[in-house]
Design a protein around this ligand. Structure first.
Ligand SMILES: Nc1nc2c(c(=O)[nH]1)N[C@H]1C(S)=C(S)[C@@H](COP(=O)(O)O)O[C@H]1N2
Ligand SMILES: [Mo]
Length: 359
């Protein structure tokens, strides 16, 4: 099959947000199972699909610079984690005033099984210098980037996608950061960063650099466009903060929004996730007022992905009903009723409301 046909098939089940660069939401079914099938996983790319030469260079402030191929990565001890990835811009469309940026609805979130080499193992081979403070990851993708200029001194006509993490986090085996080459048991698709990508559990997915081409240990903080220009919470009432750990959020997956259901008992189901895991409590509100009833929360089946919850609802009264759900995480964070507005529209985790008609 040629690449164009492969891409067409890979993209057929998604909801288009932008054809170029290609951005697409998952369909609602993507949230139903524990794992999102690869064909239903949302895609977010800042630039056109790149050419990747198949190598990963590790350099900067390291004692042993090296270049690895896919085969080299495969020869290292494999690690597999199920990880929920959410775009920091997910839910932007619900914010008022509407921020600039891709108009994501609520489905730029998915969960996949990622397999690859551990970033900490790769860094250990390169031996970071003691003066190292951060690690910069460079994707092979690049291009013109003229959105609301923030940083003055960069070449906006040809910018690469680059993000950094603290060296302490990147080099720690316990952070379980992967250089993934498989997704849900198959090879990594083009749109998801082939031949290999970073997967950073618990972080908004901007940290999970696709088409990974270079890793550099830096002796000072990185200040690139995607680090300090975009992917920053610019609040109205407090100092700016970089987008980092995913905020707590719950979603209703069944019944579907707007569904027509027969009167009688109805099991309401959904997912809840957070970067400060696990989820501690999920509550449902049936009245639109301040009454919240505890849902049944399933224990996490892994540390890095969404948890299932359910609620036995006595849907005996005919008519239109609102359903709301909110989650609280282990750090005590609870979802707000209103989006926490910020200029670039990141991190919307406001309480979801749907209605269903009981007949
Ligand atoms: N190289 C590169 N990596 C990237 C991006 C990108 O534009 N280029 N987008 C990031 C963002 S903002 C998100 S939300 C995730 C999306 O990953 P997915 O397309 O596999 O869902 O990739 C991240 N990694
Ligand atoms: Mo994103």
């Amino acid at each position: 099959m040629d690449t164009t046909e492969q891409l067409r098939q890979d993209r057929a089940a998604l909801q288009l947000i932008n054809p170029a660069p290609y951005n697409a939401e998952a369909p609602p079914e993507a949230l139903v199972g524990e794992i999102t099938p690869t064909a239903l996983h949302y895609v977010r790319s800042n630039f056109p699909l790149p050419e990747h030469d198949g190598t990963l260079a590790i350099g900067g402030a390291v004692d042993n610079p090296l270049t690895l191929t896919l085969d080299d990565l495969r020869a290292m001890p494999p690690h597999e984690h199920t990880v929920t990835l959410e775009c920091a811009g997910n839910g932007r469309l619900q914010m008022r005033p509407l921020p600039t940026g891709e108009p994501w609805g609520d489905y730029a979130v998915s969960t996949a099984r990622w397999r690859g080499a551990r970033l900490s193992d790769v860094l250990a081979l390169a031996q970071p210098a003691s003066a190292g403070v951060a690690v910069r990851f460079t994707g092979a993708d690049h291009g013109a980037y003229h959105l609301t200029p923030v940083l003055p001194d960069i070449d906006r006509d040809d910018l690469a996608f680059e993000r950094a993490l603290p060296l302490g986090l990147a080099a720690d085996p316990a952070s379980d950061i992967l250089i993934a080459y498989e997704m849900n048991g198959g090879p990594l698709p083009e749109d998801h960063g082939a031949p290999f990508r970073l997967v950073v559990p618990h972080w908004y997915a901007v940290a999970s650099v696709k088409w990974l081409a270079r890793i550099d240990v830096l002796t000072e903080e990185f200040a690139g466009e995607f680090q300090t220009g975009h992917y920053i919470f610019e609040w109205t009432d407090r100092p700016p903060e970089p987008v980092a750990i995913m905020r707590v959020r719950a979603r209703i997956t069944s019944p579907a929004a707007g569904a027509v259901i027969p009167a009688g008992p109805c099991t309401v189901r959904g997912k809840a996730w957070t970067g400060n895991g696990p989820i501690e409590r999920v509550e449902v509100s049936l009245t639109g007022a301040g009454e919240w009833y505890p849902a049944q929360l399933e224990p996490p089946s892994g540390p890095y992905h969404w948890q299932e919850w359910s609620y036995e609802w006595d849907a005996s009264a005919v008519g239109r009903h609102t359903l709301r759900v909110r989650a609280t995480d282990a750090a005590g964070n609870i979802q707000p009723e209103q989006p926490d507005w910020n200029r670039l529209g990141y991190g919307n985790n406001a309480v979801e409301v749907i209605y269903v008609d009981v007949v």
